[in-house]
Design a protein around this ligand. Structure first.
Ligand SMILES: *Cc1c(COP(=O)(O)O)cnc(C)c1O
Length: 387
């Protein structure tokens, strides 16, 4: 019922759609048609499954975290996307779209990136399939995420710094779309989350569905709660897709700075209608979070719809709580999570034992990535604390 294939206009209730310049409409239709056909083709699905097994390391395990659970008073099991090749769930979608691009006869890939994880994933998929990659990245993020910039270039990708606006993810996405307008014949735009014009919110959710489907099978029973962090919302959408038809309560955790579903208003950005942070004039406000991957001023249209339906809840957590939760997981379980995923952990820690998350509940939580990329941020944080 919920989380099925949207109709041709790509609407999720009043959200979604294809709000793009005239010149991009044919390209969006072409991607939608190609994806629909590929997704129904057992040969494409088989090739993707093989690549995910050989190059990405799927299936990723579930880990029962008993020491953390004992501290929190709820039973937490982690879905370990942090253990994928390149270190986050982004690779599932990047490999899927790269295979689709090759099937469509495209000769190169375009991508946007914020923290750099989607850029690294796309650069990796491009290297695997011999497709040149151009990654648009805000100038501020190029400075903040030097390690990932080097990784992308080392993998053979071109990193194009974007000087417009706040010089972060929103501007990188706008610039990638602008570049695609002039190159739709030869290039595929490999968007990194469940945002943008149809078919991206649907297609990216389907490429991330593997998280939820594996977890559903591995978990055996149905957890009381399914929790994931939300930037644009792709790891959450992929996780939720495996549990949408169960009794599990779905919870998306945003960063306070980047909250779209919790405090945004309906509007249009990057080709789709959804919930975005806006000022009183309808101008998009900048998101700001310690987790660069959650620094997007809105959420994907399907999350806006799930919120309206009451099927999923969206909550928000601040920087300090996320940093504390990352430290708690490291000390109790020996896992350093990405600061994005730490937001989901922080909500569980805050809510455990309250009516929002009663003591003794079972929780499946998607650990979207590992914390290696955040070490510099964590070092700066601990120096501040020491001072
Ligand atoms: C990019 C990223 C996110 C946020 O993106 P979604 O599309 O909301 O999943 C979360 N966690 C990690 C580790 C990321 O790299």
């Amino acid at each position: 019922m919920t989380m099925r294939t949207p109709a041709r206009q790509g609407k999720f209730g009043e959200y979604g759609g294809r709000w793009v310049p005239e010149s991009l409409v044919p390209a969006c239709f072409a991607v939608a048609d190609a994806f629909e056909e590929a997704w129904a083709d057992p040969a494409f699905r088989g090739e993707l499954t093989t690549m995910l097994a050989r190059h990405v390391g799927r299936p990723t395990p579930l880990t029962a975290v008993s020491r953390l659970s004992a501290e929190l008073g709820v039973t937490v099991v982690l879905k370990r996307e942090d253990l994928t090749h390149t270190g986050s769930h982004k690779i599932n979608n990047a490999v899927g779209q790269a295979l689709l691009a090759r099937r469509m006869g495209k000769r190169r890939l375009i991508a946007e990136t914020g923290a750099g994880m989607h850029g690294v994933a796309t650069a990796t998929a491009g290297a695997l399939l011999d497709l040149p990659v151009t990654v648009f990245m805000g100038e501020e993020d190029v400075e903040r995420q030097a390690h990932n910039v080097f990784r992308m270039r080392y993998l053979g990708a071109e990193v194009a710094p974007v000087r417009a606006g706040s010089r972060t993810l929103k501007d990188a996405t706008s610039e990638a779309m602008r570049h695609w307008v002039g190159a739709t014949d030869e290039a595929h735009y490999c968007l990194g989350s469940v945002v943008g014009p149809h078919p991206y919110p649907w297609m990216v959710r389907e490429f991330q569905r593997v998280i939820g489907e594996e977890a559903r099978e591995q978990y055996a029973a149905v957890p009381d709660f399914v929790v994931a962090c939300v930037g644009g919302g792709s790891n959450a959408a992929g996780t939720f897709a495996g549990f949408a038809d169960t009794t599990a309560q779905l919870v998306g955790v945003e960063a306070v700075g980047g909250s779209g579903a919790t405090s945004g208003q309906a509007g249009v950005l990057h080709g789709s209608r959804s919930l975005f942070l806006q000022d009183e004039h309808g101008q998009i406000r900048e998101a700001h979070s310690i987790a660069a991957g959650l620094d997007y001023p809105g959420v994907g249209p399907e999350h806006a719809y799930l919120r309206d339906l009451g099927r999923a809840r969206y909550v928000a957590v601040g920087d300090d709580a996320a940093v504390a939760a990352a430290g708690q997981l490291a000390r109790t379980e020996g896992i350093i999570p990405a600061l994005e995923s730490a937001h989901a952990l922080a909500w569980v820690a805050e809510a455990a034992g309250t009516p929002d998350l009663p003591a003794g509940s079972t929780v499946l939580l998607t650990l979207s990535g590992r914390g290696d990329k955040d070490i510099t941020t964590l070092i700066a944080r601990s120096e501040e604390t020491v001072r």
